[in-house]
Design a protein around this ligand. Structure first.
Ligand SMILES: [Cu+2]
Length: 64
């Protein structure tokens, strides 16, 4: 399944890396694409949306 999130705090490529690592700590095979310009994060994963959302939040980012 593909999850779509808006992460307004996503400012640069380091943020993308942080979010990607947080998501992949939940699901190592997750495919994460995130764009600091649009603040849009798209994640292909089998993990539950709530778990992915929690991982991003715990990494210090607000999910809109
Ligand atoms: Cu950043």
């Amino acid at each position: 399944m593909t999850l779509e999130f808006n992460v307004p705090d996503l400012a640069c490529s380091a943020c993308v890396e942080t979010v990607t690592q947080a998501v992949q700590a939940v699901d190592g095979s997750a495919q994460v694409s995130a764009d600091p310009k649009t603040k849009h994060v798209s994640i292909v994963t089998q993990a539950a949306q709530a778990d992915i959302r929690a991982a991003i939040t715990h990494a210090g980012y607000t999910v809109a």
